[in-house]
Each structure stands twice: as C-alpha cells, then as structure tokens.
Design a protein around this ligand. Structure first.
Ligand SMILES: N[C@@H](CCC(=O)N[C@@H](CS)C(=O)NCC(=O)O)C(=O)O
Length: 243
C-alpha cells in the first residue's frame, strides 16, 4: 500500500525541513520525493499552485489532497497527529505562530547573506543577521527549546540555524558572537534526531556546491578554503609498521 503521506521536497529546501521535522516528531511514516526545482515536473505544478516545495500529498480513501505552504502543512500535521507541537494556551500559541513568521524572515536574510555579491554587502548582511538573532535571543526561554517543549517554532528555526553548521566548515565568520542563548539552542537543535534526519547525508556537500555556484562572497570564501586545503603539504608518512 502506498504511504498515506508523501512529502514533495527539494534536497536543500529549508521549508521542506520544517515539515520533515514535524513528521518525524509525530513518528509517522511518510515517503519523500525530491524534485528538481530548475525543471519542475508537470505533476508537481499541478499540485503546487505557487510552484514551490514543500507539498504534502495526503492520500485518503476518497482521493489525494495536496497541502502546500510549510506553515499550513505543519499546522495540519499538528491538528491531526499527536503529540501536540503548539502550546494549548491560545495567547502562547499566537506568540509561537508569530515567531514562526520571524523564522521565515530569517530564512530570507540567510539567503541574502549567502548570495551577497561582495565583501561589503556580505558584512552588512552579517550584521543584519546578527541583529535578527539578538531579537531571537530576547525571546528565547531558559532552553533547551524555544519555549517549553519542542515546538513548531523549533522546527521552523532549525533549518535556518543548520546553514551555519555548513558555512562554519569553510568560513570563519561569527554571526552568533553576541547571542549565547541562540548558540546553545542551535547546538541542542542539531542534536535532535528529527532535525538531523530532515536532510540527507549529502546535504553539506550539496549546500556548499550550491553556495559556490551563487558566485557571491561566501562562495568565494569556500573556494579559497578548498584551494588552501589543496596547497597544504600532506602530513609526513608514519615510519615503520607493525612489528
Ligand atoms: N512560503 C513557502 C516558501 C517555500 C519556498 O520558497 N520554497 C522554495 C524552495 S526552498 C521553492 O520551491 N522555490 C521554487 C520557486 O520559487 O520557483 C513555504 O513556507 O512553504
């Protein structure tokens, strides 16, 4: 029998990750299909009016319903599957939904950061991102999660924070110098099994290559790090062998 839930995805899409995290937290079986957003298949355009991933295909006895927009997918999953990932109190829930919007704005800034064409623009966007994370710092609770139990806000921010795990491997740029709580939150999120499983093992390589293809400042830092690594002499061979 085909899976009841299919997540139509793209390997690097951060919005897909939100839905994948929510699905994993709910412990539900689902199928994931990665598509090429540069060549969108007709069947995809038929289920995605805006031509964007993610789309959740929900198979029911009376047919398949496509649910699109990551926030809507997450809300649908939360309304239909335990455990709850939104707080029960309406005001607290409203606050969580509002911070999910901030997570989306943060993703837009991360995109501008890693596509910044030159060093000066890159630095301006680094400052913009650091300020955004200072706002988040002020909203964070005692930890380890955004506010109490692991919630949809955690699922929404994890993909934005994951980018820096990859960027940190080739560029020495600190976006989190003034935000110790965000740093701790980031570490906790990256240990969470649902967050880890939301991307494939080749994600770091694919993201790095994608950044390089943007031909911006961060891509140049990545290429420079590759060149430096290639020019480094190999460590001396160990002498002798097992006796
Ligand atoms: N608001 C949407 C944003 C989704 C989105 O921007 N997806 C990107 C990939 S990460 C996409 O499909 N872009 C293709 C396009 O815009 O043509 C959501 O939350 O699901």
């Amino acid at each position: 029998m085909p899976a009841r839930l299919t997540l139509v995805s793209h390997a690097l899409c951060p919005y897909v990750q939100r839905a994948a995290i929510a699905l994993a937290e709910k412990g539900v079986d689902f199928e994931r299909i990665d598509i090429d957003l540069a060549h969108k298949p007709d069947w995809f355009l038929a289920v995605s009016p805006l031509g964007k991933t993610p789309v959740l295909l929900v198979r029911r006895d009376d047919g398949t319903v496509p649910v699109f927009e990551s926030a809507v997918i997450c809300e649908y999953l939360d309304e239909t599957l335990p455990p709850p990932m939104h707080p029960a109190d309406p005001l607290r829930r409203a606050r969580h939904r509002a911070w999910i919007e901030v997570a989306s704005a943060t993703l837009a800034t991360v995109w501008q950061y890693y596509t910044a064409p030159d060093a000066a623009t890159f630095e301006r966007r680094r400052i913009e991102l650091a300020k955004r994370f200072e706002q988040v710092e002020g909203a964070l609770g005692e930890g380890p999660w955004f506010d109490g139990a692991f919630s949809l806000v955690d699922a929404a921010f994890a993909p934005a924070l994951r980018y820096f795990d990859v960027f940190d491997t080739f560029a020495e740029v600190d976006v989190f110098a003034t935000t110790p709580r965000v740093r701790a939150w980031r570490r906790a999120l990256m240990e969470r099994p649902s967050v880890r499983a939301a991307v494939a093992p080749e994600y770091p390589r694919l993201l790095r290559e994608f950044v390089e293809r943007q031909s911006g400042h961060l891509g140049a830092l990545s290429l420079a790090q590759r060149d430096a690594a290639a020019a480094r002499p190999l460590p001396p061979q160990a002498t002798g062998g097992p006796r």
